[in-house]
Design a protein. Structure first.
Lengths: 580, 354
C-alpha cells in the first residue's frame, strides 16, 4: 500500500498510518506486557534490596544511611555467618563434584552392573526437598540420639557420628547436590568425540596418560560448571543448614536473614545487606565460571558414531555398583526408612510403631489448610510461570523485538539469585505499597513466578529453537493466521517441554521453603512452612510425617515426568533447576 | 614395513563384520580399502590400530605380531608405532596447533629442542607454520585437516592409517588434499592404508585397491586393472558405471567369437572361451560409440534421455537388449527420440561373474 510510485494523497497517508498502528498494536501490547512483567517481578525486587540497604524509612522520610552496612560489617556474628557460608558452600561443592564425577564415570564409561537403572535412580535425590533430607539425616546421625550412633554403640563401636557440625552440614548438602554435577558431567562425557581419545592412544599415550592429558582437560568445563552450580545452590540453601546447624548455633547467611525477619519489628535494613552478600557471592561464582569457560566451547567435527569401548571392570563390576547403591542408600533409602519409623513412633524412638500415628498427624485441620494453600499456590504459580515462559521464549527465539537480549538476560538472572534473597526483595517491594498483596497468597505466587519463570524459559526455548521456522512459514502459506499457526503447529511441537516445565515447577513450588519463609503470614502459610514449624517446636513424629508427604510429592512428580519425557534420559529442562 | 593380516575375524555380537581377511598391504605404497558402509573396511583399520580387538586371526606389522588369537598376543595401540588420521580429524580442542602436532613426540619422550625442530619443520611441510600458536579450534576445516596430517607425519611412524579423512571437506578441497597426500607419500615413503567409500578418491590415490564386500576382500589390484577387468557385477558397478547384459548367445567364430543379443544384434568380442553359466557381459558407458550407420557390430536403439554435463554428454538409450548408458565426450548433441546405433570394439566387451 505504501510502495506505489505516485505521491499518496493526504487522506490515504492518514489511513496508511492508522493501518500501520493497528497492525503494530498487538506487538506493542505484547512488548509492554513483557516489560511490565520483568520490571515488577524481577527488576523491582532486586532494586529494592539495594535501595533498602542504604535508605532509612523509619523516621517517616527518606534518608540515606550507612548504619545497616555498619551494623553488619561491625557485627561479629555476621562475619561468622559469612565464613560458615563460604566454608559449607565450598565444601559441599567439592563433595558434590567428587561424588558426581565418580558416578558419571561409572555410568558412562564402565560396564558397572545395572548402570542405566542406577543412573536414573541416582538423579532422584534432586527431588527430595533439602529440608526433608536434613530432617532425615538429623534422625540418622545426630550426636548420641541418632539411629546410626545407637546402632554403632550397640555393635560395640564408638558412636561418634555428628551431623550437627560444619563437616556434617557440608557432607549432607554435598550429597544431595551430587546429581547436578553427575548429569552435567555424564552429558559431556557422552557428547565427547571418542576419536579424540583414540587419536591420543594411537599417538603413543597410555590409558592413564590419555585420561590425564586428554579426557580430564576436555571434561574440565563440565566439571567446573557442575561445581559452580553446586556452590551457587548451596549458598542459597536455607532448610538444610538451619535444621542441622541450629543445635550448636552454626549459622549461615540465610539463617541470619531468617532470624532478622523474626525480630519485632523486622530488621529490614540488615536483611537487605545480608541479601546483598548472597547476591555478591553468587555473582562471583557465576563470573568465575564464565571466566574459566571463556574460549572453551569445544565444537568438533563429528565422525562416525563409534562409541568408545566400555572399560571392563571384571570382578569389580558389582563392587562398583555397590558404591552407587551406597549413594542411593545414603540419600534415599535410609532417609525414607528413618522417616517412616519416626512418623510411626508415638514419641522419640519409643520402639513401638503404629501406622495410625502417622495418619493422625496428617489428618489435622492445619494440614488440610496448609496443603490446600500449597496446592492453590503451586498450581497458579506453575501455570503463570509456564505461560510467561511461552511468551518470553517466543519473543526471544522468534521475534526481532528490540531489547530481546536484555529481556532474556533479566529473566534468567534470578537463577543465580539465592531464593531467600529474592524473597527479601519481594517483601521489601510490597510491604511499602498500598496494594493489598503482602500477607496474601498473591505475594507468594508473584514471587514464585518472578524467580522461577527462568526455568520455564530455558525448557521451552530449548525446544522452540528446534522447531524450524519453515514449519510455521509453510503453515502461513497454507492459509493459517498467526494465532492458528501457533496453536495448531508450534504448540503441539513444543508441548512436551511445556508439560515438563509445568510439572517441574509444580513439584518445586510444593516444597519451596527458603522464599516462603520470609513472605508468609498466618493467612498464607504453606505446607512447607507447617513442616518447618513442626521442626521449630521439636515435634518429632509430626515432622517426620510431613517430611514423608513432601518427599512423596517430589518423587511422584519425578516419576510422572519420566513418563512424559520417556525417551530422554536427562531432559534439558532438568539440568539447571535448583531446589529452594 | 608391510602389514600382514591372516584370517582376521571380528564379530560385534552376532554380526560378523570381518570374515577371515587374509591380505598383505605393501610397504611404502598407498593401499586403499574401498567399499560401501558396513563392509568392514574401517573395522580392518581399527583392528590394525589396536582400537578394536579382533575375534580371531593374526595381525603383523613389519614382521612383529601385534595381535594373535592363540597363543594370545595383544599389543596396546600406543605401542604399535602407527599413526592415524580420523574422519573427525580428532584435533584436541584444548591444545594449540603446536601441541597437537607435537604430542606423539612428547609421548615418545623426545627432548624439547628436537620436538620444536620437528614440529616446525612438519608444519612448514603442510603449510601451517604461521598457525603454530593458534588454538586448534580457531582453524577452518581444511586447516584442521592439515594439522591431523602433520600429526601423522611428525612421529615418523612408518605406517599411516587414514579413516575417510577427506569426507568432511568440500569437493574442491578434497581434490587438492588428494594430490597433496600423494605427493607427501612419494616424498616420505610411508606405508599408507586409506579407507574410503568414494570410488573416484580410491582410484586416484591407490597403488593397490582392495574392494570390500560383506567383511572380506572380493577383488584387489591396481585401479586400472580392477576397473578394466572387474571380476563381478558388484565390482563393475561399485567402481565406475557399467552396462551389464545377462541375456546373450555366444558362438565361436574362428579366431574370435561373437555374441548375439536379444533383437538379433551381433557384436564381435575378444572372448576365446565360452562364458560360464550366469556370466554377464560388461560394457563401460564410455566404450560405446554413437553411430548413424547400421551394420555389423552395432546395437540399434532410441535415445530416451540426453543430459549435457559439461565435459561430456550422457545418453540413456533404449535397445532390444535393455536400457543402455552411453557417454559421449565430443561430437554433436543428439536429441531424445533420435534413432542411433551403439558400436563397441571387440576388446572392450568384458565378462563378469554373477
Amino acid at each position: 500500500m505504501l510502495t506505489r510510485a505516485t505521491p499518496p494523497s493526504p487522506e490515504s497517508l492518514q489511513t496508511a498510518a492508522g493501518g500501520a498502528l493497528r497492525q503494530k498494536l498487538p506487538m506493542l501490547l505484547y512488548t509492554l506486557l513483557l516489560g511490565v512483567f520483568v520490571t515488577a517481578l524481577i527488576v523491582a525486587p532486586l532494586a529494592s534490596i539495594l535501595y533498602r540497604s542504604v535508605v532509612d524509612l523509619d523516621g517517616g522520610g527518606i534518608r540515606f544511611t550507612s548504619r545497616y552496612f555498619e551494623a553488619v560489617l561491625g557485627g561479629e556474628v555476621y562475619w561468622v555467618a559469612l565464613w560458615n557460608t563460604l566454608l559449607v558452600s565450598l565444601g559441599a561443592s567439592l563433595v558434590a563434584t567428587a561424588i558426581g564425577v565418580v558416578l558419571a564415570w561409572l555410568f558412562v564409561r564402565t560396564d558397572a552392573a545395572g548402570g542405566a537403572m542406577l543412573e536414573w535412580v541416582c538423579q532422584l535425590p534432586i527431588f527430595i526437598p533439602p529440608f526433608v533430607g536434613a530432617v532425615a539425616w538429623s534422625l540418622l546421625a545426630a550426636p548420641r540420639s541418632g539411629i546410626m550412633n545407637r546402632l554403632l554403640v550397640s555393635a560395640g563401636l564408638p558412636g561418634t557420628l555428628d551431623v550437627y557440625s560444619l563437616t556434617g552440614i557440608l557432607l549432607v548438602i554435598g550429597m544431595y547436590l551430587a546429581p547436578y554435577v553427575m548429569m552435567i558431567v555424564a552429558a559431556s562425557l557422552r557428547s565427547m568425540d571418542p576419536s579424540l581419545e583414540e587419536a591420543a592412544q594411537v599417538c603413543g599415550l597410555t590409558r592413564l596418560q590419555t585420561a590425564r592429558r586428554i579426557t580430564a582437560p576436555l571434561l574440565a568445563p563440565a566439571i567446573l560448571s557442575g561445581a559452580a552450580l553446586a556452590f551457587t545452590i548451596a549458598l542459597g540453601l536455607f532448610g538444610t543448614p538451619v535444621v542441622l546447624g541450629w543445635a550448636r548455633q552454626i549459622l549461615m547467611l540465610t539463617s541470619r536473614i531468617w532470624i532478622s525477619s523474626q525480630e519485632v519489628p523486622p530488621a529490614y535494613g540488615v536483611m537487605a545487606v545480608l541479601a546483598i552478600y548472597l547476591l555478591l557471592l553468587s555473582s562471583l561464582a557465576t563470573w568465575l565460571q564464565h571466566a574459566a569457560l571463556r574460549g572453551r566451547s569445544y565444537v568438533t567435527v563429528s565422525g562416525k558414531g563409534y562409541r568408545p569401548a566400555l572399560l571392563g571392570l571384571g570382578a569389580w563390576r558389582w563392587p562398583a555398583s555397590g558404591l552407587a547403591l551406597l549413594y542411593v542408600a545414603g540419600t534415599i533409602l535410609a532417609p525414607i526408612a528413618v522417616l517412616v519409623a519416626a512418623a510411626c513412633s508415638r514419641y522419640t524412638w519409643s520402639g513401638q510403631y503404629d501406622l495410625a500415628n502417622m495418619l493422625a498427624a496428617l489428618s489435622t485441620d492445619d494440614v488440610w489448610f496448609t496443603l490446600r494453600n500449597s496446592v492453590t499456590i503451586s498450581v497458579l504459580s506453575a501455570t503463570a510461570a509456564t505461560v510467561a515462559g511461552i511468551l518470553i521464549s517466543w519473543a526471544v527465539v522468534r521475534t526481532r523485538l528490540p531489547g530481546r537480549d536484555l529481556l532474556e538476560y533479566l529473566v534468567l538472572l534470578p537463577i543465580s539469585v539465592p531464593g531467600i534473597a529474592f524473597g527479601v526483595g519481594f517483601m521489601l517491594v510490597w510491604i511499602g505499597l498500598p496494594l493489598p498483596v503482602y500477607g496474601t497468597m498473591l505475594i507468594i505466587i508473584l514471587a514464585f513466578v518472578g524467580r522461577f519463570t527462568a526455568y520455564a524459559v530455558r525448557s521451552i526455548s530449548a525446544s522452540l529453537v528446534q522447531v524450524h521456522p519453515e514449519l510455521e512459514e509453510s503453515a502461513r502459506i497454507c492459509g493459517y493466521g498467526p494465532i492458528r499457526t501457533f496453536t495448531r503447529i508450534t504448540l503441539p511441537l513444543i508441548l512436551p517441554s511445556i508439560i515438563a516445565a509445568w510439572m517441574l515447577l509444580f513439584s518445586f513450588f510444593m516444597t519451596e521453603l527458603s522464599m516462603v519463609v520470609v513472605l508468609y503470614t498466618a493467612q498464607n502459610r504453606t505446607f512447607s512452612v507447617l513442616a518447618f514449624e513442626a521442626w521449630n517446636v521439636g515435634d518429632f513424629s509430626r515432622l517426620a510425617s510431613y517430611s514423608l508427604l513432601q518427599m512423596a510429592v517430589g518423587m511422584a512428580f519425578m516419576a510422572a515426568l519420566k513418563l512424559v519425557l520417556r525417551r530422554r534420559a536427562a531432559p534439558r529442562a532438568l539440568r539447571p533447576l535448583t531446589p529452594a | 614395513m608391510s602389514i600382514v593380516l591372516q584370517g582376521l575375524e571380528k564379530a560385534f555380537g552376532p554380526s560378523r563384520v570381518l570374515q577371515g581377511v587374509t591380505e598383505t598391504f605393501d610397504q611404502a605404497r598407498i593401499s586403499v580399502l574401498l567399499g560401501p558402509s558396513g563392509c568392514g573396511k574401517t573395522t580392518t583399520l581399527r583392528c590394525i590400530a589396536g582400537l578394536e580387538r579382533p575375534s580371531g586371526g593374526r595381525i603383523q606389522i613389519d614382521g612383529r605380531t601385534v595381535y594373535q588369537e592363540r597363543p594370545a598376543v595383544w599389543v596396546a595401540p600406543e605401542r604399535r608405532n602407527v599413526s592415524m588420521m580420523f574422519q573427525s580429524y580428532a584435533i584436541w580442542p584444548h591444545m594449540t596447533v603446536f601441541d597437537n602436532v607435537g604430542l606423539p613426540l612428547r609421548a615418545a619422550g623426545v627432548d624439547r629442542r628436537r620436538i620444536r625442530q620437528a614440529v616446525t619443520a612438519t608444519l612448514e611441510l603442510v603449510g601451517l607454520d604461521a598457525y603454530a600458536a593458534r588454538n586448534a579450534t580457531q582453524l577452518s576445516g581444511g586447516q584442521q585437516q592439515r594439522v591431523a596430517l602433520a600429526r601423522c607425519i611428525v612421529s615418523e611412524s612408518p605406517v599411516i592409517l587414514m579413516d575417510e579423512p577427506l569426507s568432511n571437506l568440500d569437493a574442491r578441497l578434497r581434490v587438492a588434499m588428494r594430490s597433496e597426500i600423494r605427493d607427501l607419500q612419494k616424498r616420505l615413503g610411508r606405508t599408507i592404508l586409506f579407507v574410503t567409500h568414494d570410488q573416484e578418491e580410491a582410484m586416484s590415490l591407490a597403488d593397490t585397491l582392495y574392494l570390500y564386500r560383506n567383511g572380506s576382500v572380493v577383488q584387489k589390484g591396481a585401479p586400472k586393472d580392477v576397473y578394466d577387468h572387474p571380476a563381478s557385477g558388484y565390482a563393475a558397478e561399485f567402481l565406475g558405471r557399467a552396462n551389464l547384459i545377462g541375456e546373450f548367445d555366444w558362438r565361436s567364430a574362428g579366431d574370435a567369437s561373437e555374441v548375439v543379443l536379444p533383437g538379433g544384434a551381433v557384436l564381435r568380442t575378444g572372448l576365446r572361451e565360452r562364458p560360464a553359466e550366469g556370466a554377464r557381459l560388461c560394457i563401460r558407458p564410455e566404450k560405446w560409440r554413437i553411430v548413424d550407420a547400421d551394420g555389423p557390430d552395432v546395437l540399434r536403439g532410441r535415445i530416451e534421455q540426453a543430459s549435457f554435463v559439461g565435459d561430456r554428454t550422457e545418453y540413456r538409450v533404449a535397445t532390444d537388449a535393455g536400457s543402455m548408458l552411453a557417454v559421449q565426450l565430443d561430437g554433436e548433441l543428439r536429441q531424445p527420440g533420435e534413432q542411433i546405433g551403439l558400436a563397441v570394439r571387440p576388446g572392450d566387451i568384458g565378462i563378469v561373474r554373477e
